[in-house]
Design a protein around this ligand. Structure first.
Ligand code: NDP
Length: 310
């Protein structure tokens, strides 16, 4: 078997096109321009790249965006004041605090200070609670993107057994709640799960959100399953390439390690997954591309919800 590859790019593009249309409609009918403010503290290079891509995508879609960047030594009290001010501003619909924050800042306290109506990351306890209660809310972008991949690829969810490896607050747990909401039967696995392959092999849908390159092997996967790889890991060891990559992929991967010092690999072994699964999301080029598109969708949703627009 050779799995159907679920490319993230066309799906992300169609979501962004829908958001662009919705932004135009809001502007024409309600004179509303959705606004997103991204708060960044310090000089973490990866955060700078992520924030840059969020701001650029907002601008492309007609969302008014603002990048509030503060030095590393900014105090927690000052940042709380920034968030409170953004909560008050009517032109700000979405507030996103880019993680990780410098160690002297209590990120839980800061995230809880965000008005839940503007919490476009969906991490506030009010939004987490609403998701758990089966109510509508702002849902976390990465797991919400996974649901979009499944739906837009015509992969049935209702009645299927979905197995998730990982129980983080950012991916694993909200993923479980969103799949439950779509009427899947859900199992959550973690580092203390006994006999992991036996459990994961029950999954019609297997979602890996672990943070370990190529951890999910062929024998973790049910023949014919849909495998969603959320993981993003750097692999710099060329000796691992034959184990991870199929012959048609390996040259490109080795060239990337040679040129940049690493290649991106998910939590699933791609070479073995394409042989066992019926459908598989690639890394790079899969789930990761949906995350920013879903942030844009959440910003428009926040703008509408706050104004009571259906
Ligand atoms: P966390 O480190 O917060 O959570 C990892 C989870 O994996 C934990 O629940 C942990 O279990 C579990 N785990 C670790 N080792 C094992 C093991 N040997 N067997 C079974 N379970 C294990 O990571 P995140 O959820 O934040 O991220 C997961 C991955 O997704 C990372 O690669 C990250 O880079 C990527 N990611 C990608 C995004 C995207 O846009 N595509 C967005 C966010 C994350 P336990 O709880 O017991 O420790």
């Amino acid at each position: 078997m050779s799995a159907r590859i679920l490319q993230g790019k066309p799906l992300a593009e169609s979501i962004k096109a829908e958001v662009r249309e919705e932004v135009e409609r809001l502007s024409l009918t309600g004179n509303v321009v959705p606004g997103l403010t991204v708060v960044r503290v310090g000089e973490d290079p990866a955060s700078a790249v992520y924030v840059g891509s969020k701001v650029k995508t907002s601008e492309e879609l007609g969302i008014r965006s603002e990048h509030a960047h503060f030095p590393d030594h900014t105090s927690e009290e000052d940042l709380l004041a920034v968030v409170r001010n953004l909560n008050e501003r009517d032109d700000v619909d979405g507030i996103l605090v880019q993680l990780p924050l410098p160690k002297h800042i209590d990120s839980v306290r800061l995230l809880e200070a965000i008005d839940p109506q503007k919490d476009v990351d969906g991490f506030h306890p009010i939004n987490v609670g609403r998701l758990s209660l089966g109510q509508d809310a702002l849902f976390p972008c990465t797991p919400a993107g996974v649901i979009e991949i499944l739906k837009r690829s015509d992969i049935p969810i209702a009645g299927k057994h979905a197995v998730i490896v990982g129980r983080s607050n950012i991916v694993g747990k909200p993923m479980a709640m969103l799949l439950l909401r779509e009427n899947a039967t859900v199992t959550i696995c973690h580092s203390r799960t006994a006999d992991l392959p036996t459990v994961t092999r029950q999954g019609d849908i297997l979602v890996a959100a672990i943070g370990r390159a190529g951890f999910i092997r062929g024998d973790h996967i049910r023949e014919g399953a849909t495998v969603i790889d959320v993981g993003i890991n750097n692999v710099s060891d060329k000796d691992l390439a034959p184990e991870l990559f199929s012959p048609d992929d390996i040259e490109k991967r080795l060239a990337a390690i040679e040129k940049r010092g690493f290649t991106l690999v998910g939590d699933v072994n791609p070479k073995e997954a394409v042989e066992r699964a019926a459908a598989f999301t690639p890394v790079p080029g899969g789930v990761g591309l949906l995350t920013v598109a879903m942030l844009m969708k959440n910003t428009v949703k926040a703008a509408k919800m706050r104004r009571g627009i259906k």
